[in-house]
Design a binder for this molecule. Structure first.
Ligand code: GUN
Ligand code: ZN
Length: 429
């Protein structure tokens, strides 16, 4: 067992932040050997219960749950900042040509390793990531994540039409490859598999049906895709699937809406779509830096809340512009304001932080496992330095409340704030 003394941030079941200015986090193995939070709370109240346990003194720092990124593309690490008129030209001119390089396992391995190191450097300890359509890109990511002990979920992209040579796959083989990868990787150490149809326009109805059948056969496996991101894309889907009630309806019709199904963007949904998300337990991955960069639109928080939809935050690198959860939370704040201009109210710092940690974990079906530091949670955490820059030191010193402290970190923070990322697996960064 080991303990850490610092300020500690975590979340109560009602989603409100709990802050211990002088806290103690006690970590040790559970019955399976997984390192979990054994106790957490006020230092003075707890310390007597753990005689002989070594305590690392991190006073002056804040321990917080490792961030959870609900949607990110590891092969787009080098696509960040590619300008385009909108989503579809961005895919055609930059993303598809770049992703074709991942047929080379050595290239994929190099990017996977850089990507994971970058995630950890930014304090992200769990991610739901797209690979490419090449099975070797999935193997490269799982191998690199396993070596680092990271909780990582990924899957082979399914795209058997409207895709260029080099990334387009074969309908039947793509489903065989998916099942082979599920059996090889899902549940190995901290790894999970996600059935990954890229989006409705690039999958034939047969491929989508096959993905739905696999989703039914393997209920603990995740599903990830994109929906209703961009108006041209929505129009295209309506032409391709004239009998579907809506874009989201295409996925519903083949059984791809269920618990553990995460849909990136969810911008241009209607009320019936939102109700369907809620009823099926599917969740939205809100990707504000991507939506602002590609000019896709604004996620409607008020409508999502009215429908009791589940959601969490995501970077969506490389449509998204940053690996940093701080940048993503700030962009989400801007987006939230867009929907609240009448009342002037917007998201609170606690809500933003929850959406990128415990809330994202809830969306994944991993509440109480990651994204929080309550007893029993896997001990993935970040050590934050509120004095990382001169301006942050001034601002956080003057904070009169938890909201002011968290807001200063969200608005001014980036990777410089993340002094250390500790993962519950075998290695420490
Ligand atoms: N829709 C289909 N593929 C993609 C992708 O790679 N990025 C984004 N942002 N949207 C998509
Ligand atoms: Zn995406």
């Amino acid at each position: 067992m080991k303990a850490y003394r610092a300020a500690i941030l975590r979340f109560a079941d009602d989603q409100t932040p709990v802050y211990e200015p002088d806290g103690l986090l006690v970590v040790g193995p559970d019955a399976t050997g997984q390192r979990v939070v054994r106790a957490v709370g006020d230092h003075a109240a707890l310390v007597g219960r753990f005689p002989g346990v070594a305590i690392e003194d991190l006073r002056g720092h804040i321990i917080a749950p490792g961030f959870v990124d609900l949607h990110i593309h590891y092969p787009q690490t080098d696509v960040i900042g590619a300008p385009a008129a909108g989503l579809l030209p961005w895919l055609e001119n930059y993303t598809f040509p770049h992703e074709s390089r991942f047929s080379d396992p050595g290239y994929a391995r190099g990017v996977a390793e850089f990507f994971l190191d970058e995630l950890l450097r930014h304090g992200v300890t769990t991610a739901l990531a797209f690979a490419t359509s090449h099975p070797s890109s999935v193997n490269a990511m799982f191998e690199a994540a396993r070596a680092r002990g990271v909780r990582l979920i990924t899957g082979k992209v399914l795209q058997d039409r409207h895709s260029p040579d080099g990334v387009r796959d074969d309908t039947e083989q793509s489903l065989i490859d998916t099942e082979t990868l599920i059996q090889r990787w899902h549940g190995v150490d901290r790894l999970g598999y996600a059935i990954t149809p890229r989006f409705a326009p690039t999958s034939s109805p047969e491929q989508l049906r096959g993905a739905g059948e696999l989703a039914a056969r393997y209920p603990s496996v995740w599903v990830q895709s994109h929906v209703a991101e961009n108006r041209d894309e929505v129009r295209w889907v309506a032409e391709l699937f004239p009998h579907a009630r809506s874009y989201l309806g295409v996925y519903a019709d083949v059984g791809l809406l269920r618990e553990r199904a995460i849909y990136a963007h969810c911008i241009h949904l209607d009320a019936a779509d939102r109700a369907l998300m809620e009823q099926t337990g599917a969740a939205a991955a809100i990707s504000p830096t991507s939506n602002l960069f590609l000019g896709s639109g604004f996620f409607d928080y008020a409508a999502a809340d009215a429908a009791s939809m589940r959601y969490g935050l995501a970077s969506d690198v490389g449509g998204g512009t940053s690996f940093s959860p701080f940048h993503t939370m700030l962009a989400a704040y801007y987006v939230g304001r867009e929907g609240h201009t009448k009342t002037g109210l917007s998201l609170t710092p606690g809500q933003l932080w929850w959406q990128h940690s415990a809330g994202a974990a809830l969306a994944l079906g991993l509440a109480g496992v990651v994204g929080n530091l309550q007893p029993g949670c896997e001990a993935d955490f970040v050590v934050l330095n509120p004095q990382a820059t001169p301006l942050l030191a001034r601002k956080t010193e003057q904070a009169n409340s938890l909201d002011e402290l968290l807001f200063a970190l969200i608005v001014l923070g980036d990777d410089r704030v993340v002094a250390r990322t500790v993962i519950a697996g075998p290695s420490t960064h």
